[in-house]
Design a protein around this ligand. Sequence first.
Ligand code: FE2
Length: 364
Amino acid sequence: MSQDTFPINGTDYVEFYVGNANQAALYYQAGLGFKLIAYRGPETGVRDRVSYVLKQGKIVFVLTSALNSDHEISRHVAKHGDGVKDIALWVDDAHYAFETAVARGAEVAYEPYTIEDEHGRVTLAGIKTYGDTIHSFVERKDYHGTFMPGFIDKTNNRNDPSCGFKVIDHCVGNVGWGEMNKWAEFYQKVMGFELLITFDDKDISTKYTALMSKVVTNSNRYIKFPINEPAKGLKKSQIEEYLDFYNGPGCQHIALLTDDIISTIRQMRKNGIEFLYVPDTYYDTVEARVGKIDEDIETLKELNILVDRDNEGYLLQLFTKPVMSRPTVFFEIIQRKGAESFGKGNFQALFESIEREQALRGTL
Ligand code: FE2
């Protein structure tokens, strides 16, 4: 067992740059069952931006908008639409993480600094990753407040039922043609991640659409980053479509882990969240493909939940439609029952069922 030279405790928060953080915050509460916990803006002495901090389980999302047009955040939103800016990683020593990453070739996003309030100290530092996305390193071992210095506690009288999200399971990056290996190697070289799985275009393709993917993970496996690049098919790759609309590489989806996907999806549907459509025919072959499972197939069919099996067990998952105006970022909802993989069987089954439906309609 080699020593971990880049210890990461887990994901700290994910920050989205959005056009209207105030309204987006309501979507995450009413639609996804998050709770508002903290806020930063002009009222707290920050003149150029507002941030709303939302939490569910251990998942923290920060929604940030600029208050004027000549601002890095406004330019980010103009270029990419609403999107993920920062996948922040929780570390014990932010200086060490930053210096190690930079010595191993990472580009600086911002230099380390420490902020402080009556609840303690937080040290932050940031490196760049694909596109305009960054990773902050967050050291909060001496901090006992709600989020971090500079933010005030903020709640409201909403009472949205939780959707049962526990933690972030994985965050997927879409990168340009031929760039998957570069970025998979970046995480291996800079942060000591290991390569978990490789999917080539034969794994994730149909006659029409294709992509390639490599999954990298840190030593405790709490952080999993699949990296996708487009592959040639008869039609435009879904990754290429993302790159066109996002104007370059970026985070494609965040997978949220639940331990009761049936309740989660039921609640989300009630909240008006829309999901990728799964044809009924998908369920005709589900038992043949994955064998016996605990859940009732009819219930899965009613809620459109997908199932896949690997050597360790099975998983249930479902993908929302894009949650931004541009068809870019979406969420995956996932429940793991032993399986540690990513639903490879569903890429095939889902794409194939969609095309089977298309063939029936004569639109393929
Ligand atoms: Fe995923």
